[in-house]
Design a protein around this ligand. Sequence first.
Ligand code: HEC
Ligand code: HEC
Ligand code: HEC
Ligand code: HEC
Ligand SMILES: [Zn+2]
Length: 431
Amino acid sequence: MSRGGRRLVACAALAASVGLAGAVAVTKPRPAPVIIVAGETNGQLTPCGCSEPMMGGMPRRATAIQRLRAGRQAILVDQGDLTPAAGRQDEIKAETAVEMIGAMGACIWNIGERDLLLGPAYLSSLKARFNGTVLAGNVRTSTGAAVGNPMATVTLGAGTQALRVGFVGVLDEALAGRNAASAGFRLTPAAGAAQRGRAALTGCAYRVLLYHGPAERGVTAARAAGGFDLVVTAHETEAAGRTGGVRTLCAGSNGRAIAWAGLGPGASGGIVRLGADIPESAAMRRMHAAYVRRVRDEGLAEQLPRTPLPQGAGYVGAAACATCHPAAHSAWLGSRHARALAALRRTGQETDPECLPCHVVGLDSAGGYAPGARAELADVGCESCHGPGKAHAADATMPLRPGAMEACIGCHVPEHSPRFNREAYWARIRH
Ligand code: HEC
Ligand code: HEC
Ligand code: HEC
Ligand code: HEC
Ligand SMILES: [Zn+2]
């Protein structure tokens, strides 16, 4: 890396390493080069698959990027927040995410506040896996080490056609807040870092401020710094337009969309929402399958914390209820609840701690379902709604936990069951 924190990023070479199918069609006249922004993946490597209208995921992202790249020069930027950094599973996810965005040809990863929660040591090992430039102009570790570069330049094309694009990357200090300090980082004001970065960007035809924060503050910082041609923001709804007269771009949260902007005055831009109409990249699916295997091999589901049930309480499984409640049992057998674990097997996620809680009985309780143990508690069973039934099954006068109807919304949350409606859903499983 050269002095001044600059680094030339070989974007074209990265694009070629994507390994995705399909030849690049060269059309003429050549359309304007584009900047493509993705990010705020927040651990959503793939949509969970719980229902159809779900958006996002790396496999669709890769296809959408490949389509935008077709026939034109492109710079792919990741706006950070790879994962929520909530534990070991998110570390495995973050490693996978970095490999995925690298394979898609991302040149720049602008650090978000959630990335900082991985901690200085881990973040540093993660950066080593990224084959582009990490930007974090206003972030240092509490021991004073830089977390990323303040800026990067990317040159598209060669010779007289060469177009040099400069990037300054900062993280909104208010957004990072006190969590960043507890995680071991110190932030200086983003606006000051944007100004220093802007001053150091020389010979660039196009200047981009990657502001990990809301557009209003990003645009204010960009103005104070002397102006940028484009401000890429975060933590807002996906949008390609203008904020206070300045061109802004935001890919939105949870990796549900990507945003793009053509380079040059008057060039267009837009949003691509990653819906089911976009085919999934097989290469990304393979990388995701490798992630799923790592989660399994590390036995993360076996390591989950479990709460003991009250004295005398325990789970017995649906078969133990069948003798006295044959009608309810056969109604249940005919429902999708009785096949909920099989649904996870389709993607090999039947040991994934992020999926199991809603697809089996009692994952959070001692004596509840665990992979390889208590197979009778697989699937969404009677006791998922009626509570632990050991005492009642032994003595029918013992009451069960009341409020079975209230249990639905513990699993049928909007994120996983967007069409949930109590009356309509109950009608389908009535017993
Ligand atoms: C918060 C609870 C919850 C979590 C966590 C959860 N699911 Fe689900 N899942 C559901 C519910 C509820 C449904 C039924 C949705 C509906 O039909 O309205 C469902 C349905 C499914 C289906 C069946 C879809 C179909 O149409 O056949 C699959 C597959 C699935 N989930 C996979 C997963 C995977 C993979 C994960 C982990 C990445 C996961 N789920 C995590 C609650 C959850
Ligand atoms: C030995 C027979 C027997 C077994 C086994 C049994 N039940 Fe019952 N259950 C009954 C009887 C009898 C009643 C009616 C009790 C009453 O009305 O006071 C009842 C009532 C219920 C009720 C309605 C009253 C309430 O407390 O909510 C539910 C729900 C229920 N059982 C669920 C289950 C489940 C779930 C299982 C398995 C874990 C189970 N039962 C196992 C005999 C049994
Ligand atoms: C998805 C949640 C869910 C599952 C799974 C479930 N139930 Fe229920 N069950 C309910 C609800 C909700 C009611 C209605 C409670 C009410 O009316 O307040 C109910 C009612 C009952 C009743 C009382 C019926 C009556 O006439 O009052 C029995 C008995 C019962 N369930 C047994 C079972 C058995 C046995 C199983 C497993 C084979 C089972 N349930 C699985 C949610 C569930
Ligand atoms: C422990 C989590 C959990 C609870 C509690 C739960 N569900 Fe479910 N439900 C699921 C899962 C997971 C699926 C998807 C199973 C599959 O398709 O593999 C599902 C599927 C369904 C389906 C099938 C959807 C379809 O499109 O056919 C209905 C209906 C349903 N649930 C109704 C209910 C109702 C009503 C309640 C409350 C009385 C309830 N569920 C409580 C997890 C739960
Ligand atoms: Zn963020």
